[in-house]
Design a protein around this ligand. Structure first.
Ligand SMILES: CC(C)(COP(=O)(O)OP(=O)(O)OC[C@H]1O[C@@H](n2cnc3c(N)ncnc32)[C@H](O)[C@@H]1OP(=O)(O)O)[C@@H](O)C(=O)NCCC(=O)NCCS
Length: 345
């Protein structure tokens, strides 16, 4: 294969920008199953090796549980292999994860992937476990690499050695300082239901399609009244210049066995999205939940909702499972990700 010499100074290692497409041909080099890639792509954080003209390397990592990350995909364009790009990329990823308080990073590969085994060990990973016959069981076609049948999965782990200081400082912008977050009152019923209807038109990430919201002002009033009286439910509003621009409904379980658990629905008008309002609503709700002795917060989010998933994970929510093809949005199946946060942990 023809190799390209790259200009080291021109290649930068960087996190993927918001809305930037993933280079699928590169991802497919590491994982031939596009369906599987799609399943984890939205849940991962991605880093690129970018030479200014194209993405020549990619790495995706998924936080499996608090501080425990797994490298899900790592690839360098074949014509750039063997020039140190993979090492630079992996070092960048590990440094970013360490900065954010990662406790350990895991990667899984095959017994026959000799260069991958060498590569990860040079990056500080150690072989920790072997799942015998993993590849024989999961792949229909036999895989041969370096003349060796690929049968077993090798699990390598790199433990983070340093201490971490992941807490982010709270700095409010002028806009955020002008937004107040408060508990919904009966008089908010009309503006709140109108705001929800607008949101249904602005985004497909809420459950209902435009025009499908049957709840009227008086039913919304009943729900607010219920929340005000309930010990484990509450509705939080974000207000800006007298207008409701975001809401978070925290609805507690109604029976003895689930009253410690609260289900969350959240939405911010799109013209105000991505400006820290969702985070403010969550932080306020989490203080309230801790005060009330709530132990579990749960929500579901569409697997394509990268902003929502990023926000929830950064607040400490973990993925519990995937409800496959749970919704049909604009004619396409969409998975729902089930997430939770245990406040006692
Ligand atoms: C999801 C939603 C509630 C979040 O509220 P918000 O006010 O927009 O969120 P914030 O500004 O507080 O935080 C957004 C975070 O996502 C990040 N983000 C934005 N777009 C992203 C993307 N495409 N991929 C990854 N992260 C992204 C932002 O950088 C920010 O993270 P940071 O604070 O670490 O920088 C809001 O955008 C919304 O209502 N969306 C439409 C409806 C919806 O999705 N509801 C939730 C259904 S589960």
């Amino acid at each position: 294969m023809e190799s390209s010499n790259y200009n080291e100074a021109r290649v930068i290692i960087r996190a993927r920008n918001e809305h930037e497409a993933l280079p699928m041909p590169l991802l497919l080099l590491a994982d031939p199953d596009a369906v599987v890639i799609e399943r984890y792509a939205a849940l991962c954080r991605w880093w690129f090796a970018d030479d200014g003209n194209e993405i020549i390397g990619v790495c995706g990592a998924l936080e499996r549980s608090s501080g425990a990350w797994e490298i899900m995909n790592m690839a360098v364009l074949p014509r750039y292999e063997g020039q140190g790009i993979g090492s630079r990329l992996m070092k960048g990823v590990l440094a970013d994860l360490d900065d954010e308080g990662a406790l350990e990073v895991v990667v899984c590969t095959g017994n026959s992937s000799l260069s991958a085994l060498a590569f990860y060990q040079k990056q500080g990973f150690r072989m920790e476990a072997i799942e015998l016959d993993y590849f024989t069981r999961h792949y229909a076609e036999p895989i041969i690499e370096n003349g060796i049948p690929c049968r077993d999965q090798i699990i390598l782990r790199r433990r983070q050695m340093g201490t971490h200081t992941p807490k982010r400082p709270i700095i409010l912008s002028h806009f955020q300082a002008s937004v107040s977050v408060r508990i919904a009152q009966i008089r908010d019923a009309g503006p709140l239901i109108r705001m929800k209807r607008r949101l249904d038109e602005q985004t497909t990430f809420m459950l209902l399609e435009p025009g499908e919201r049957m709840m009227g002002e008086s039913e919304q009033r009943d729900v607010i009244r219920y929340a005000l009286r309930s010990a484990n439910s509450n509705i939080f509003l974000a207000e800006y210049s007298g207008q409701i621009i975001g809401y978070l409904e925290a609805m507690g379980g109604k029976v003895m066995r689930n009253r410690h658990s609260v289900y969350i629905v959240v939405g911010v008008l799109q013209e105000y999205a991505n400006r820290g309002i969702g985070r403010r609503l969550f932080q306020t709700m989490m203080h309230w939940a801790e005060d009330r002795g709530v132990q579990r917060l749960e929500l579901t989010v569409q697997s394509t909702n990268e902003r929502g998933i990023h926000l929830y994970r950064s607040l400490g929510f973990h993925i519990e499972g995937i409800q496959k093809q749970a919704l049909i949005v604009d004619g396409n199946y969409v998975d729902l990700i089930q997430m939770s946060l245990l406040l006692s942990e």
